[in-house]
Structures are given as structure tokens and as C-alpha cells.
Design a protein around this ligand. Sequence first.
Ligand SMILES: *Cc1c(COP(=O)(O)O)cnc(C)c1O
Length: 229
Amino acid sequence: MVKENLGQVLKNIEQACQKSGRDPKEVTLIAVSKTKPVPMLEEAYCAGSRDFGENKVQEIMDKYPVLPKDIHWHMIGHLQRNKVKYIVDKVCLIHSVDSLRLAEEISSQAEKKQVEVDILVEVNIAQEESKFGVSKEEAIQLVEAISKLPHIHIQGLMAIAPFVENPEDNRAYFRQIKKLSVDIMKKNIDNVSMSALSMGMTGDYMVAVEEGSTMVRVGTGIFGERNYS
Ligand SMILES: *Cc1c(COP(=O)(O)O)cnc(C)c1O
């Protein structure tokens, strides 16, 4: 099932790229494996997945040692400062940086572990109270402040769009995020790249790709519904 789903998602990404004149190689599919057991991740791995997304530090700690070392782990969930030390040397990208204090902790733990850490700044695009992330206005200030820290490198922006029935309803938000990343890029800030745009989930990743996403985070569409009970 996982293999077939993966194939379908990749086909959809390709189609969205075709429609918008993009190269599918620009888009990384992150298989969001939170709550899913290791054998399901192995199935995805065997079908070709190398990028996995998790939203809990503990789950990364549990899965990291038992899965192949060439997996790129993405931290996509809210990250508490006291847990940064457990994952800075395990993840390839932290998508969810939304405060200077968190960035400072990542920088300091990276120094201790002698690693360089790539991050994205999380933007709360629809200003939803239930979601983490900074406003578009705060984003620029935060990027500028983080850019001065050692051992931490901003690669772009991450956004979680509202849950909607019709993915078209999120198109304007994705467009705003893309525009924000271009505006920040034009500032040519040292130690800041805006090459990555992490947006789009199961319900809306095709629209996100059409609007410039370079990383889609798909869970349900690959692994099926999550069971939280
Ligand atoms: C769970 C999660 C996803 C995946 O959601 P699906 O709708 O299952 O594709 C993507 N991004 C973040 C930040 C998540 O927490």
C-alpha cells in the first residue's frame, strides 16, 4: 500500500510541476511518518524514500538508530529548547524555528556537537492561533537576527496552511509565502538562503507545488490515516 501511495504522490507532484513549468527535481517529497511504526518506514525506504518527517523528538530518537543511515530526518514539529540537544546532530533540517531563543539554543548545541545545522523559519501564514510560527512581518526581523548566529544556517521558510476542504483556498497563502521568500532573498542577508520553501501537505501539496514549494510534507497520503488513540 505504501509503495503504491508513494508512486501516486510522486506522479501528482510531477503533474503539478508540468502544469507550472517546473522541474520535478526541484521538489523533495518528505514522507511524514509520525506515529507510524518502523516497518512502515522500511516499506517507504525500500520504495525509494530517503526523506522522513517527524514532529516529536522522542520519535526521532527511537527511529533514528534502527533505520538506515542514509535517511534524511526532518524535524517538522514544534521544538522545545530543552530537547534541541538530542537531535541537532541527527536531523538534516529543522523546519520549525519560530523564535530567536530557540535558534540560539540550536546554535549553542551545534557548537557543542561540532555540527552545522540547517533550519527554516516557520511562518504562521493565516495567523491561526492554534499554530506556531511567526507573522510575515516578524519573519524578516527573525531571519536577520538568526543570520548572525554561528553554526546555524537559514535555508528558507516553512508554512502550515489552514485545513481546508478545497486546496484552491490555500493558493493565495502559498503565493504570499513565496513572495515573502523572494522579498527576503532580495535583501541579500549574509548566511541566509531562501532556496527552500516547505509547504503543502496531503490535502494541498499539488497547489503548493504549483506555487513554488520545494518540499512537500505528506503523511496521510503515503501512510494512511493516523491513529492517535
Ligand atoms: C502531520 C504533519 C504533516 C502531514 O500531514 P498530512 O495531512 O498527514 O499529510 C505535515 N506537516 C506537519 C508540520 C505535520 O505536523
